[in-house]
Design a protein around this ligand. Structure first.
Ligand code: UDP
Length: 330
C-alpha cells in the first residue's frame, strides 16, 4: 500500500513542486487548492498520473479526505506582499482557520503534519542573521500583519496540537524562495524583475535598494522540507539560502544575466518592508544534514530560461491572473 500525502496549496509555486517530489518518491499525492492564487497550469502535467488526485477546495471550510492519510503538508496561503493587500482576510483565514481544520484532519487520520511557516514571523528583524530562537519584531496592525500574525498563530496552534494531542507536527520557516512556476504578477522581487526584463522595462527597486534578502532555489527548498518532514523534530526549522545580497546589487545581477540595457528606477519602499533578512541555517545543517547546493547565478539562469521558454500567451496568463471576483465575497 502506497503512503498517501495531502498537499494543500498544490497548484501554487511551492505546492506544485512538492507534488512533483512526493510523486517521484513513490507516494500517492492528493493535491488541494482553491485556486485563488494557485494555477492549474502548475500541475496539469500530473492529472494523467494514477497516483495524483486533485480536490478544488478551500481549506478554511471543513476539510474531508476519504481514506487513510500518512502525511499532510499545509502550503495553502497567499504568499506575497501584494496578495496580502488584495486578500487580507483570506490570508488571515487560511493561516488560522485553515490550519485548525488541517490539524483536526491530521488528528483524525493519525497523520504527521508539516506546516509552512515563514521568515516573516521574524518581522523586521533586530537580530541578524535570524536563528530559530529569535522571537521577531512584527507590526501586528501593518499591511503585512495579516500574513505575519496568521503564520505566528499557525505555529502556536500547531505546537498546541503537538503538546496537547501528541500530534506529530513539523514547522518549516521558509525564507525567500524562487524558481520556475512563480506567478509573474505577484509583486515579489524575482518575478517582478524577470517580467520587467522580458518586457524590456526598467527594473523597479523599492527604497534605496540597500535592504537585503537571501534567495533559495526551489529544489533546495523542497529537499529541506522533505528531510524535515521525515525527521523527528517538532520545533520550527529555518530553510533558506544564507547567501545575502542587497536588492540593488541583485537588480544589477539581473541586468547582467539578461544581457539587456535596462536601467534601475527607484520607487517608494512599502510599509514594514524588512531591512535585512538572512537565515541562520545551523540547525537545519545539524539536524537534517541539509545545505543549499544551487547558487544564485545558476538558479536565476534556470528560472529566467524557464520564463523565456513560455509562449507569449502563457506569459500573459501568468502576468494577469485576476482574483478580484473572489475578493468581493470575503
Ligand atoms: N522589491 C523591489 N522591487 C520590486 C519588488 C520588490 O525592490 O519590484 C523589494 C521589496 O521592497 C523587498 C525585496 O525586494 O525589499 C523583496 O521583496 P519580495 O516582495 O520579493 O519579498 P519579501 O521578502 O519582502 O516578502
Amino acid at each position: 500500500m502506497k503512503k498517501r500525502v495531502l498537499i494543500t496549496g498544490a497548484a501554487g509555486f511551492l505546492g506544485s513542486h512538492l507534488c512533483d517530489r512526493f510523486l517521484k518518491e513513490g507516494f500517492h499525492v492528493i493535491g488541494m487548492d482553491n485556486l485563488i492564487t494557485g494555477d492549474l497550469k502548475n500541475i496539469e502535467h500530473l492529472f494523467k498520473l494514477e497516483d495524483f488526485e486533485f480536490y478544488h477546495h478551500d481549506v478554511t471550510k471543513f476539510v474531508h479526505v476519504p481514506g487513510k492519510l500518512d502525511y499532510i503538508l499545509h502550503f495553502a496561503s497567499p504568499a506575497s506582499p501584494i496578495d496580502y493587500l488584495k486578500i487580507p482576510i483570506q490570508t488571515l483565514k487560511v493561516g488560522s482557520l485553515g490550519t485548525h481544520n488541517l490539524l483536526g484532519l491530521a488528528k483524525e487520520k493519525k497523520a504527521r503534519i508539516l506546516i509552512a511557516s515563514t521568515s516573516e514571523v521574524y518581522g523586521d528583524p533586530l537580530v541578524h542573521p535570524q536563528n530559530e530562537e529569535y522571537y521577531g519584531n512584527v507590526n501586528t496592525i501593518g499591511p503585512r500583519g495579516v500574513y505575519d500574525e496568521a503564520k505566528r498563530f499557525q505555529e502556536s496552534i500547531t505546537m498546541a496540537y503537538h503538546r496537547f494531542h501528541g500530534l506529530e507536527t513539523r514547522i518549516v520557516r521558509i525564507f525567500n524562495t524562487y524558481g520556475p512556476r512563480m506567478r509573474l504578477n505577484d509583486g515579489r522581487v524575482i518575478p517582478a524583475f524577470i517580467g520587467q526584463a522580458l518586457r524590456g522595462e526598467d527594473l523597479t527597486v523599492f527604497g534605496d535598494g540597500l535592504q537585503t534578502r537571501s534567495f533559495c532555489y526551489i529544489d533546495d527548498q523542497v529537499e529541506g522540507i522533505y528531510r524535515l518532514l521525515m525527521s523527528d523534530y517538532a520545533d520550527p526549522v529555518n530553510i533558506g539560502n544564507p547567501d545575502e545580497i542587497t536588492i540593488k546589487d541583485f537588480a544589477e545581477e539581473i541586468i547582467e544575466l539578461t544581457g539587456t540595457d535596462q536601467k534601475i528606477v527607484y520607487q517608494p519602499l512599502p510599509v514594514d518592508d524588512p531591512l535585512q533578512r538572512q537565515p541562520d541555517i545551523t540547525l537545519a545543517k545539524k539536524l537534517l544534514g541539509w545545505t543549499p547546493t544551487v547558487n544564485r547565478h545558476e538558479g536565476m539562469k534556470k528560472t529566467y530560461d524557464y520564463f523565456k521558454s513560455l509562449s507569449k500567451e502563457e506569459l500573459f496568463k501568468r502576468e494577469h491572473k485576476d482574483f478580484s471576483n473572489y475578493t468581493k465575497r470575503h
